[in-house]
Design a protein around this ligand. Structure first.
Ligand code: GLA
Length: 657
């Protein structure tokens, strides 16, 4: 496996560092404390456009020079950002057409961040100029470890420039206006276009918008940001070749604004690095540890199992998540180790030192307002020590034999208005299945349905509404895989047109014919004759070439759970959303990383090509447990035997014998 951060020794550890917010004497303290904590990488210059370039044609690099030199002297590496995520007020005032317009036609003001229209030529030119100037200046700087393009891309815009760019994108995708009319089904409600000028972004209109229009606009907006990212990355590469380039995605499980699998094609290349930010959802059905695993598994999916980096997490609360929630003692340590267990080549945070001012003054940091004598900073130091001792894990690969299918286009399409049920959102369902598998100790990738799936023993498609055809899934099953398909999958094609004959693209593969949907109301459940229960959805479904493994009670001619052997593999179909997934999962032959562990004890294995393996054991419970393996716990240096106790709320990383 390639060394993703060649100039950072061992695993990466640090966070966003914003010394420009502080007087110089604080920098000295920062550096001393970073060294004490073992920080080896910081993300700098994320939001400094206005300081580097305070007016048209004015460039001031003294401060950034000083930051970079200070880091170099301290032996700390920089993940150097291009600072293009937040244009300063002078820029927005000079180029008002770079301010984004919302779907209602309001042009947003500056005053916060990310106030840009990705389609505005003035903005596009400015970011390339900025990236070029920075790369020219800092290529070869001893502190430079990697380039960080922009910050958390997500902005979409509905202005006239967006309209123009959208038309060009549509012309490339569909060819001519007739093809566009077909793709969007514009004969419905008499919306046929006769001239390209009539085509607009999906601005607010009098009635429910056209789903094809919405879907293409999502694709277009994701592609436009990718183009913007690439323009900067290519500018950086011209002046600073061979240095890794990254950007912080939001592969979190509750952000689906971009098609990260398309982004992954560009970020998963030589000298590129998949990185993500992950902020946990404080409330809800899924425990924080399972959320950590989801974000990590989805990021590893983007990296196709290879290296990736957790670029940001919160040491404690994220104020923007709504209110203060504190991490329990030891929690951030286990979370950070869990990201590494699931393949991250380090653990980074937002941010190093808590800001005294600004919107995020109450966002937690590695060094909180309370200073170094705090629970948070003590744990940061512990983590720094641990990561140093885990250096040899770098470059090893997570062992996973199961995958959950995630397709961003399908997630978008399933969220389009006009669905038969308001309770069939995709992403939460993927997270629910992932959490159920995680609780059983099964390490799972999030994979795109079009990828080669042959290395997985089991593949789950709990919610795959949009699917063009079954070819790849059929190949997987016939080749010996176990495929599990949830309801309302395979229903529409890439244009969100309903496939004739339900369940559409999957009907032949499943051997099931769905006569009609019978969605359930909020809170309503339906009983199955195997003792389980479904919610949200049911349907009148008949086996065509499958066995019925369970039926809905009271509907004897309707199957609820179908099974079919096909080629060397098998396929299951569930025509409802099972409330408790465990009884169903018991039917499958899934192997956890370490069998027999109690709930809340997580184990993940990473392996080097030469056969060295590392078992990460994370005890998220209060009770001690034994983990049946032998070797050396890298965190303590002590010998590990099957009798060694892993205490409650603690962790071990065993280099196995
Ligand atoms: C995002 C941003 C950071 C910061 C954090 C706070 O990840 O990239 O600049 O705002 O959120 O959680």
């Amino acid at each position: 496996m390639t060394d993703i951060v060649p100039t950072v020794e061992g695993l990466a550890f640090g966070g966003d560092y914003n010394p420009e917010q502080w007087p110089r004497e604080v920098w000295d303290e920062d550096i001393a404390l970073m060294r004490e904590a073992g920080v080896n990488l910081v993300s700098v210059n994320i939001f400094s456009w206005g300081r580097i370039n305070p007016g048209p044609g004015r460039w001031h690099f003294d401060e950034l020079d000083a930051i970079m030199d200070t880091l170099a002297e301290a032996g700390i590496k920089a993940d150097l950002a291009t600072s293009t995520a937040s244009p300063p007020p002078w820029f927005s005032q000079l180029h008002p057409d770079t301010l984004p317009v919302d779907p209602e036609g309001h042009r947003l003001n500056y005053g916060a961040r990310a106030e840009y229209c990705p389609h505005a030529p003035a903005f596009q030119d400015a970011v390339v100029e900025m990236a070029s100037k920075l790369a020219e200046r800092y290529a070869g700087h001893p502190a430079l470890a990697m380039w960080h393009i922009g910050n958390e891309y997500y902005r979409s815009c509905y202005c006239d420039l967006a309209a123009e760019a959208f038309r060009a994108w549509l012309a490339e995708r569909h060819g001519d206006l007739d093809a566009l009319n077909d793709a969007w089904g514009t004969t419905f409600w008499s919306q046929t276009f006769t001239d390209w000028e009539q085509v607009l972004p999906p601005r607010i209109s009098a009635e429910t918008p056209n789903p094809g229009h919405l879907l293409d606009f999502k694709r277009f907006s994701s592609d436009a940001l990718l183009k913007l990212f690439r323009s900067e990355a290519e500018a950086v590469e011209r002046h600073s070749p061979g240095v890794p380039i990254t950007t912080n995605l939001m592969v979190t499980g509750d952000f689906s604004g971009l098609d990260y699998h398309r982004w992954g094609e560009h970020l998963n290349a030589a000298d590129r690095l998949i990185a993500t930010d992950h902020y946990l959802i404080p409330e809800g059905p899924i425990e924080p540890e399972a959320q950590v695993a989801f974000g990590a598994d989805a990021s590893r999916g983007l990296a196709r199992g290879g290296p990736w980096l957790l670029m940001e997490q919160a040491a404690n609360s994220s104020a923007w998540r709504g209110g203060y929630f504190a991490k329990k003692p030891g929690e951030q340590l286990r979370h950070s180790l869990s990201y590494v267990a699931h393949g991250s080549e380090g653990a980074m945070y937002f941010q190093w030192r808590a800001s005294r001012y600004g919107t995020e003054r109450w966002h937690s940091a590695m060094l909180p307002h309370g200073g170094p004598e705090t629970k948070t900073f003590r744990e940061v130091k512990t983590l720094g020590g641990w990561l140093k001792r885990l250096a040899e894990v770098k470059g090893s690969v997570v062992q996973s034999k199961a995958a959950i299918l995630l397709d961003f286009e399908s997630v978008w399409a399933a969220a389009n208005p006009g669905q038969p049920s308001g309770h069939m959102a995709s992403y939460p369902e993927l997270r629910r299945w992932h959490a159920a598998l995680w609780r059983r100790g099964v390490t799972c990738d999030l994979a795109n349905p079009a990828w080669d799936l042959s290395r997985y023993a089991a593949v789950f498609a709990p919610s795959l509404y949009l699917l063009e055809d079954d070819a790849n899934l059929r190949r997987y099953v016939e080749g010996g895989g176990t495929l599990v398909v949830g309801p309302y999958s395979g229903i529409v094609d890439r244009n969100d047109h309903v496939h004739p004959g339900l369940p559409g693209a999957l009907r032949d593969l499943l051997g099931v014919r769905v006569e009609e949907f019978a969605p359930l109301h909020e809170g309503e459940t339906i009983a199955l004759d195997d003792g389980t229960e479904g919610h949200a959805w049911s349907e009148i479904a008949k086996a065509e070439d499958a066995e019925v493994a369970a039926r809905f009670i009271g509907y004897p001619s309707t199957g609820a759970l179908f099974h079919r052997g096909l080629g060397d593999g098998e396929v299951w179909y569930l025509s409802t959303r099972l409330t408790d997934l465990d009884p169903f999962l018991d039917r499958l032959n899934l192997t956890p990383t370490v069998p027999g562990l109690p709930a809340g004890v997580e184990t993940v294995r990473r392996a080097h090509e030469d056969g060295r393996t590392y078992l990460f054991a994370l005890n998220h419970t209060d009770r001690p447990v034994t983990i049946p393996t032998e070797g050396t716990d890298l965190l303590t240096g002590a010998t590990w035997t099957p009798k060694t106790h892993l205490h409650g709320n603690s962790a071990a990383v065993v280099r196995e014998r």
